[in-house]
Design a binder for this molecule. Structure first.
Ligand code: HEC
Ligand code: HEC
Length: 289
């Protein structure tokens, strides 16, 4: 606010307050020539000219004095900051610090509870859900149901493993999926064969051969995946990037590099512990999507 407008507001406010005092006291007693009424008559009803009831007047004065005191103590008069030094920001900070301190006590208790057990604690689950909403839902969805390229965390199907330790590791250090691109390496025929082998009911033997030579090292001889490298199970109906023939071909041709960011510099170990319990709990009662 420029000092001109600040001054303008201060003058207007003070003038208004003075005006109100004048209005109140200037009109308190009225010379009525000894008459009891104002002389106004409506349908035979006369208007009396009584002074304001004193309780009402006192309340009025009190509220105006309070208003003046308030304007001296708190910001309100233009850019004048008030004598107490109160600001919205420091009130917000103080309240936040109080909340954080409370939450810290809880987090310490939770941190001392094994994840399997913590996952069953309804209050901890709700705290974990709030953390999830702030830090994870942009990628994994508010309900942790995932999206193309972002794994569903509610099912019991894991790229990197669903034990408490594995989940903590995933959140703390992050994960990088490394599916190489096969463009230029596989012939069109090989690509078609292996894609058909993965997606269609009849399994061409040529496709199985391609798979054994090029893919089994990561996805396993039975194509059921390998959690050490985050290679997904390709035999179930759960697809990170889509299970249609076109989508599978795209995955194979261009490769895929999903990245779960590390959170060790964003979240304390206590918060990661609580989040891991929340995620672990979701997979313990898989819910239909
Ligand atoms: C920027 C997006 C992003 C954010 C934010 C994010 N994730 Fe992830 N997360 C991913 C991706 C992508 C993957 C899969 C990585 C891959 O394809 O190899 C993943 C994988 C995971 C996995 C492994 C799933 C499995 O099947 O093994 C877990 C568990 C997980 N995330 C939990 C979390 C939690 C908890 C948070 C919040 C602290 C979080 N993620 C925040 C993108 C994200
Ligand atoms: C070096 C290890 C490695 C090799 C070799 C490899 N993959 Fe993968 N593959 C992965 C990883 C890791 C992912 C997960 C990528 C991610 O999380 O973003 C993946 C993902 C995929 C997907 C996507 C799965 C989904 O759920 O959407 C398909 C399809 C796939 N691979 C097929 C193949 C085929 C076919 C071959 C052989 C031609 C092959 N892969 C060879 C590591 C490998």
């Amino acid at each position: 606010m420029s000092s001109f407008w600040s001054g303008w507001i201060i003058i207007l406010t003070i003038a208004t307050i003075i005006g109100l005092f004048w209005l109140l006291f200037g009109n308190r007693t009225r010379p009525n020539n000894g008459e009891e009424t104002t002389g106004h008559v409506y349908d035979g009803i006369e208007e009396y000219d009584n002074p304001l009831p004193s309780w009402w007047l006192n309340m009025f004065v009190l509220s105006m004095v309070f208003g003046i005191g308030y304007l001296i103590a708190f910001p309100g008069l233009g850019t004048f900051q008030g004598l107490l030094g109160w600001t919205q920001v420091n009130q917000w900070q103080q309240e936040n610090e109080k909340l954080d301190a409370k939450f810290d006590v809880l987090l310490k208790q939770y941190a001392a509870t094994p994840i399997e057990q913590l996952a069953k604690d309804e209050k901890a689950r709700r705290s974990g859900q709030r953390l999830f909403a702030s830090y994870c839902s942009t990628c994994h969805g508010a309900d942790a149901g995932g999206n193309t390229g972002f794994p569903n965390l509610r099912d019991n199907d894991w790229l990197y493993g669903g034990s408490p330790d594995q989940i903590v590791e995933t959140i703390t250090r992050g994960r990088k999926g490394a599916m190489p691109a096969w463009k230029g390496i596989l012939t069109d025929q090989q690509l078609n064969d292996v894609s058909a082998w993965l997606t269609s009911a009849e399994k061409p033997a040529a496709g199985e051969q391609v798979f054994a030579s090029y893919c089994a090292a990561c996805h396993g001889a039975d194509a059921k995946g390998n959690q050490m490298v985050g290679a997904p199970n390709l035999t179930d109906n759960v697809w990170l990037y889509g299970g249609g023939l076109g989508e599978v071909k795209t995955s194979i041709l261009n490769g895929r590099n999903g990245q779960m960011p590390a959170h060790e510099n964003i979240l304390t170990p206590e918060k990661i512990h609580l989040l891991a319990a929340y995620v672990y709990g979701l997979s313990q009662n898989p819910q239909p999507q």
